[in-house]
Design a protein around this ligand. Structure first.
Ligand code: NAD
Ligand code: UDP
Length: 324
């Protein structure tokens, strides 16, 4: 799929200055691709790709992909990862979130169609909303509140999936949809508000861990390199419907906090705060399809992934990055 008559394949990655977009960029470069990264830095950070300075196979363009994208280059594959992803971020930028999920998806699909390129959109387990089916299979249509505070993200991604399927069915673009479940690892922003950076930074600075609600809600955490491997395999497949990629090891948020307290050796305890509106009560991916279709399953244990992530945050805090 990625072969071209001369030279290496060329991939476009939107959101390349973000957590996952930067890891995907690294993986594509390691696979021999040339990568054009696009980002407007709304939640991204130049530090996430500063290690690529001087790499002739990587080029960066600062651009908001909710506006028309002009690229003179040949392109073999478009990976659309641009979008605020933390609930704190998309509550701060609801309109930009709706625009990048709708207009940004339309523009990136248009780019793929124009270039005759393959396409993969980073969708989300949020498409299932506060799920009434557990664990979540791809066939579940979800339980989403379109007008609640999370609606700007959930509905933008559901629209993005619908638009992607329309480009596949009508324009025959070779599209792929990954539904990403909570993924963590190095390069998350210290202050992005998601539970993994929040608890680790609080623990490393001996502050109380802010548990929302009573902490009985569950999540299932996937390490970033596992996720990227599943995504790379999906991009090479002939499958066009949504595929869940995530780690099925499920725990309550309070259990997650207890692990962080244990692994960091902090003196911190818990500070219980009100639960955000529409916060999903349970979340765990059914990954039967990914296993069968892609021969994929997560390999990095929770203990190993969290240890690497704690080391990353320890380094950032020691370097003086603000935590709160
Ligand atoms: P992130 O905030 O670290 O990265 C998103 C990147 O997109 C940032 O660099 C941001 O500046 C950029 N961006 C946003 N809007 C843009 C625009 N209009 N034009 C150009 N760039 C723009 O988030 P992340 O965790 O890396 O998430 C990446 C993608 O994966 C998102 O689409 C997100 O919805 C999806 N996803 C992530 C998770 C997760 O657990 N990390 C879960 C589900 C889905
Ligand atoms: N959460 C928490 N304390 C925090 C941040 C998040 O208890 O400081 C909870 C949040 O309410 C949710 C879970 O942790 O139930 C995961 O939140 P996150 O923002 O990481 O992502 P979500 O899965 O909700 O998109």
């Amino acid at each position: 799929m990625f072969t071209r008559s001369s030279g290496s394949p060329i991939s476009v990655v939107t959101g390349s200055a973000g957590f996952l977009g930067s890891h995907l960029t690294d993986r594509l470069l390691a696979e021999g691709h040339r990568v054009i990264g696009i980002d407007n830095f709304i939640t991204g950070n130049v530090a996430n790709f500063s290690h690529l300075a001087g790499n002739g196979n990587f080029r960066f363009i600062k651009h908001d992909v909710s506006n028309f994208i002009y690229l003179p280059d040949d392109v073999d594959f478009v990976f659309h990862f641009a979008s605020p992803a933390s609930p704190i971020d998309y509550l701060e930028f609801p309109i930009q979130t709706l625009k990048v999920g709708s207009l940004g998806t339309h523009n990136t699909l248009g780019l793929a169609k124009d270039k005759g390129a393959g396409y993969l959109i980073a969708s989300t387990s949020e498409c299932y909303g506060d799920p009434l089916e557990h664990p979540q299979k791809e066939s579940y249509w979800g339980n989403v509140n379109p007008v609640g505070p999370r609606g700007c993200y959930d509905e933008a991604k559901r629209f993005a999936e619908a638009m992607t399927m329309a480009y596949h069915r009508f324009h025959k673009v070779n599209t792929h949809i990954v539904r990403i479940f909570n993924t963590y690892g190095p390069r998350m922003r210290l202050r992005d508000g998601r539970v993994v950076p929040a608890f680790i930074c609080q623990a490393l600075t001996d502050k109380p861990l802010t548990v929302f609600g009573d902490g009985s809600q569950t999540r299932s955490f996937c390490y970033c390199t596992d996720l990227i491997d599943g995504i790379f395999r999906l991009s090479q497949s002939d499958y066009h419907e949504p595929v869940n990629i995530g780690n099925p090891r499920e725990m309550t948020i309070k259990e997650f906090g207890e692990h962080i307290i244990q692994f960091t050796g902090t003196k911190s305890s818990f500070d219980f705060k009100p639960i955000p509106v529409d916060d999903p009560k349970v979340r765990r991916p059914d990954i039967t399809l990914a296993k069968k279709l892609l021969g994929w399953e997560p390999r990095v244990s929770f203990e190993e992934g969290i240890a690497k992530t704690i080391e990353f945050f320890r380094g950032r805090i020691a370097a003086g990055d603000p935590v709160a």
